[in-house]
Design a protein around this ligand. Structure first.
Ligand SMILES: Cc1cc2nc3c(=O)[nH]c(=O)nc-3n(C[C@H](O)[C@H](O)[C@H](O)COP(=O)(O)O)c2cc1C
Length: 280
């Protein structure tokens, strides 16, 4: 499957089927998980699959229905050591795995919260210097979404995405980047727009400097997420869109690299994070 198709197929699945994952599919998925994962900034998250039977029956019952999730029995847990751009690398690597799961026909849902202590931390034997920013149920999606799931999607406006003019800019933040101006980058940018984000806030803002063929990635932080400490879900959001951008360009044979550009433009309301520059 091509990357754009997989990105369009992915959605936050909150109601799972009773059917267990087929052995062949599970094996393929575990092989992907067990390979080495390294983000563009060198951080190396680790991934583990935790079955609900690893928990006590009381814990399991609660976790299987975590929030609005129904029938989850298997969870993908990602662990990372703190460091510069660790949350971006975490989002980047975990989204790659989520897209592979999607291609295998599996449903997933990013769940962000406080997992530093508690059942999941215990199940993966989380060490003092490790962070557990998100967990993700994995399984076949149920034929029908539960009523709670439908309400949740409506409430979060999950099917809506910001318009190009709100998130993509050319040369300065007063000038929207149009699809025509984006040229060969149009599909990669559109795939950023379709990405999942915590509470569907879509905090990414991208500035294209055509003269230097460089895209600067910024976060427009929401007040509620600023209070979350070292596990910043909006930095995870940025890592997710970086992976959508890279994967699409890789598939199209467009080469470039990630960097932190000390000369990136500044904007009062935004946090500059990183840039992608095309190969000369
Ligand atoms: C980092 C992150 C954390 C999230 N945390 C939660 C969560 O705790 N509970 C939940 O139901 N959905 C969570 N979501 C899913 C978003 O609400 C969802 O991606 C968004 O509404 C867009 O819907 P879609 O994924 O179906 O396209 C999270 C998504 C991301 C990327």
């Amino acid at each position: 499957m091509i990357v754009t198709e997989i990105i369009k197929k992915r959605f936050s699945c909150r109601t799972y089927s009773e059917k267990s994952i087929e052995d062949k599919v599970l094996q393929e998925f575990v092989t992907i998980l067990n390979s080495v994962h390294k983000g563009p900034f060198g951080n190396q998250p680790k991934f583990r699959l935790i079955h609900i039977t690893s928990f006590t029956p009381q814990e399991g019952e609660k976790l299987g229905t975590y929030g609005v999730i129904k029938n989850a029995r298997l969870f993908l847990v990602g662990i990372i050591k703190d460091g510069p751009l660790a949350m971006e690398d975490y989002g980047y690597c975990k989204e790659e795995i989520i897209l592979k799961a999607t291609a295998l026909g599996l449903g997933t849902c990013w769940l962000g919260g406080t997992f530093q202590s508690g059942s999941f931390a215990r199940a993966v034997d989380l060490q003092k210097d490790e962070l557990l920013p998100t967990i993700t149920p994995i399984g076949y999606p149920a034929q029908r979404k539960s009523l709670t799931e439908k309400m949740m999607r409506g409430f979060a406006g999950s099917d809506k995405r910001k318009k190009w003019a709100e998130i993509f800019f050319a040369d300065d933040f007063a000038t929207p980047l149009t699809q025509t101006h984006a040229g060969i980058y149009e599909e990669a940018l559109e795939n950023i727009r379709l990405a999942p984000s915590a509470s569907n806030k879509q905090p990414w803002r991208i500035l294209y400097d055509a003269k230097h063929n460089i895209f600067h990635f910024f976060i427009m932080r929401s007040f509620s997420y600023k209070l979350m400490g070292i596990v910043s879900l909006q930095d995870v959001d940025l890592g997710i869109v970086m992976s959508h951008f890279s994967l699409t360009l890789q598939e199209q044979g467009i080469k470039g690299k990630w960097l932190v550009d000390p000369n990136a433009p500044k904007e009062k309301t935004l946090d500059y994070i990183a840039s992608w520059q095309a190969e000369k």
